[in-house]
Design a protein around this ligand. Structure first.
Ligand SMILES: C[S@@+](CC[C@H](N)C(=O)[O-])C[C@H]1O[C@@H](n2cnc3c(N)ncnc32)[C@H](O)[C@@H]1O
Length: 356
């Protein structure tokens, strides 16, 4: 019988010693045989977790209108690459393309690119997009998208897959937290080498997170967007100011479980450190808009008017649409927890970020 990811990790740790939280997270998500996204991603009501595009078609529609308006502000170039990072089952891009038909000339200018590493999800996206209003192409990384045209990039719940490292405050100093094996042979967090943390937190047991992958991606996207011109929109749960805390979270069947319980069987995420991400993009030459909360952003794109129009067309669904609106934009639901950030070329004013 093939050995599962948990047993392989235990064997690796027994051989080489504890591994970083980032290496653990990367294996859980992307191990080619048993990583969650490589082997068994399950999005939606019947799967492990729900994302905004599954809550309501309004979310993807507003992303499409945002992209069309960004294109207009770029001067309506004859060719533009519309890129989605981590498109899941393709729900958001389908809704976005349908809504973007309203912007004369936009879809004709668009070349759609989907950046996806997951084989099973890419197959779902291909069948979802078979009849789409613009032809789509796929690539495993952003750098594989050809240059020579402005880029408009959309990414919902993509950055939370970036691997984080963690340090924990023990006896008055920061030690990197690593994943080892306890006396019973189970995976366990263990303290590692001292870490020079920048966090001004002195409470025993506090956890501080940072992500080299996120900073590296921030530099790459900042460089790309500033050279190609364009705008990249990121929506994710995360912080809009520097902070600390343990945000590593595993979700399976819509339930939280311990991050070490079932490697590869659950989705594993961490809150996005937006200030660090944007700082890396700016250092590479791009500009960034002030981080907004999802609720404020969607309201400024007109989600309330869209909900009203949908409810007028389907009076039997008024209550459902009101619940969907509250879920996406309500401060007590996704509206405040999720943040929206935009990295763009110098001189562009991205839509939805104007001062209220
Ligand atoms: C949490 S799902 C979000 C899906 C979709 N955006 C949505 O909102 O429903 C994360 C998506 O990012 C993809 N992904 C994760 N890490 C990636 C990477 N390094 N490169 C490309 N895609 C990645 C996953 O396969 C999946 O499609």
């Amino acid at each position: 019988m093939p050995i599962g990811l948990k047993d392989r990790l235990v064997a690796l740790i027994a051989r080489k010693g504890p591994i970083s939280v980032a290496d653990y997270m990367a294996a859980c998500l992307h191990d080619p045989a048993d990583g969650y996204y490589a082997a068994r991603p399950a999005l939606g009501e019947a799967g492990d977790f729900i994302t905004a595009p599954h809550v309501s078609q309004m979310f993807g529609e507003l992303m499409g209108l945002w992209a069309a308006e960004a294109w207009a502000r770029l001067g309506r170039p004859a060719r533009v690459r519309l890129v989605e990072l981590g498109p899941g089952d393709g729900t958001m891009i389908i809704d976005a393309l349908r809504a973007a038909k309203a912007a004369a000339g936009f879809l004709a200018a668009c070349e759609v690119w989907l950046i996806e590493t997951s084989g099973p999800l890419q197959a779902l996206q291909m069948s979802a997009l078979a009849e789409a209003d613009a032809p789509a192409r796929w690539a495993a990384k952003l750098e594989d998208v050809p240059g020579g045209a402005p880029m408009i990039i959309l990414a919902n719940e993509f950055l939370d897959c970036m691997a984080v490292r963690q340090a924990v405050r023990v006896d008055g100093r920061w030690l990197e937290r690593r994943v080892g094996v306890d006396e019973g042979g189970a995976l366990a967090f263990v303290p590692g080498h001292p870490h020079q943390s920048v966090a001004q937190v002195f409470e025993e047991g506090a956890v501080f997170e940072w992500s080299e992958d996120l900073a590296d991606f921030g530099r790459r996207i900042g460089d790309l967007v500033s050279r190609a011109t364009g705008a990249a929109l990121f929506i994710d749960y995360g912080r809009d100011a520097p902070g600390h805390g343990d945000t590593l979270q595993a979700l399976r069947g819509h339930r939280k479980e311990g991050p070490l319980d079932n490697p590869g069987l659950a989705d594993l995420t961490a809150h996005v450190d937006f200030p660090a991400f944007l700082e890396a993009a700016r250092a590479a030459g791009a500009a960034s808009a002030p981080i907004r909360r999802q609720g404020d952003f969607l309201r400024s794109l007109g989600i309330e008017a869209r909900a009203e129009a949908l409810a007028l067309a389907r009076s039997d669904r008024c209550d459902l649409i009101a619940r969907q609106l509250a879920r996406l934009a309500g401060a007590d639901q996704m509206g405040d927890l999720f943040k929206v950030a935009c990295i763009h070329s110098q001189g562009l004013a991205p839509p939805g970020f104007e001062a209220p």
